[in-house]
Design a protein around this ligand. Sequence first.
Ligand code: AP5
Ligand code: MG
Length: 225
Amino acid sequence: MRLVLLGPPGAGKGTQAQVLSKDLNLPHISTGDMLREALKAATPLGLKAKATMEKGELVPDEVVIALVKERLLKEDAKRGFILDGFPRTPEQARSLDKNLEGLAMPLDLVLYFKTTLPVIIMRLSGRRVCGQCGKNYHVKNFRPKVEGMCDSCGGKLIQRPDDKEETIEQRLKVYEEQTEPLIDYYKKKNILAEASGDLEVRELNGVLMDLFRQKKLLKPQVVKR
Ligand code: AP5
Ligand code: MG
């Protein structure tokens, strides 16, 4: 299955992508995570992207397009993938279409997580991430077993630099201006499906699984649980 997760910051794309990736055995490809990893490793790409990301603006199209193009050539992407946070501009969407057409791997579905503003603000302002492995937590919704410490690797939990109030505002503005037009773009291609990003993780997962069954995208033996 080849999926794109579309939605505002804080819609829960990364969280749901992790669950789907495990259940469907598909690689989770997040451009945000890839850029943060590059930053952590202090690669030229990461250092260049740092200021842009911290301001809540978008990294240039050609940079992310090249990143994803290379990632999609890896062996594991042949069985399908979950793209999270890409595409995010019409230019990225057109380039992805062209790339996938060349690989004879068209998208099956674009899942748009429609999410209300109070939920977005509550999610982003309460998000904490592991500074070491990047795992996501939330001060109310997903608390670690030990306060301030990652359950998986023991790393220190921190707030993402772009989760500050003023940067959240900027990210939402950028989303409205540059990413929202993709809803219509994929609607016209007849591959857009909408689900409520306000739902709790398991509930949303159930809605998505039903949708995959309806669209005959799910073979019964694929689901591990
Ligand atoms: P990116 O990392 O993609 O950030 P984003 O799109 O702003 O989205 P988020 O990761 O903030 O939200 P999410 O929907 O994944 O929510 P999450 O699951 O974490 O991009 C960061 C930056 O990188 C960009 O600003 C840009 O600079 C650059 N970049 C990345 N891709 C790019 C591209 N294609 N082009 C150009 N630049 C690019 O959930 C949020 C919180 O809510 C968590 O605490 C979680 O635990 C909690 N939560 C999640 N789901 C639920 C739920 N259902 N119920 C209760 N709590 C929940
Ligand atoms: Mg994310």
